[in-house]
Write a protein that binds this ligand. Sequence first.
Ligand SMILES: Nc1c(NC[C@H](O)[C@H](O)[C@H](O)CO)[nH]c(=O)[nH]c1=O
Ligand SMILES: CC(=O)[C@@H](O)COP(=O)(O)O
Length: 168
Amino acid sequence: MATEGKNLSQYDKDTIPNAKDFRFGIVVSEWNDEITEGLFQGAFDAWIENGVKKENIVRWNVPGSFELIYGCKKLGESFEMLDAIIAVGSVIQGETKHFDFVCEGVTQGIKDLNIQTDIPVIFCVLTDNNIEQSRARSGGKHGNKGTEAAIAAIKMAQLRKDAKFYKG
Ligand SMILES: Nc1c(NC[C@H](O)[C@H](O)[C@H](O)CO)[nH]c(=O)[nH]c1=O
Ligand SMILES: CC(=O)[C@@H](O)COP(=O)(O)O
């Protein structure tokens, strides 16, 4: 298993770009909020640890992971100066195929946002078989995918900044 034996919260601070001037958005799904709040905290703490100012972080909530698509789209439209956005969700398998459609829909939707808009949208949506797997990846034995997403957001914000520089 890709995550097994890894700690998603471990990173080398020396490899992270300077984030003090970056402005970030984060959209958090309210479904499975025990998990999504853990993911949010992991992302928030990683940003602060890497110099992001609290006033440069804007958070919106949406009902479920499927609404992350619209929420991230509108957040980017409302705050055009954002350097990156994280979509935070937790989808857990139930009795039916609904899990499959939610996961596929939100995955494709966030992929589309990365194609259609100029603000990187980071995929921090857990798609787990059970709550134990979710807990392990939102501050448990496998670390926190929120931390991983925050570092990805910093790196993508720097890539976007560099791209604008080279374009002139
Ligand atoms: N079962 C889960 C859902 N389902 C709700 C959908 O995301 C969506 O809000 C609904 O279909 C209305 O459009 N959402 C999660 O985030 N996690 C789940 O486990
Ligand atoms: C991912 C879902 O929508 C799922 O948790 C809903 O549960 P069920 O498939 O039992 O209706």
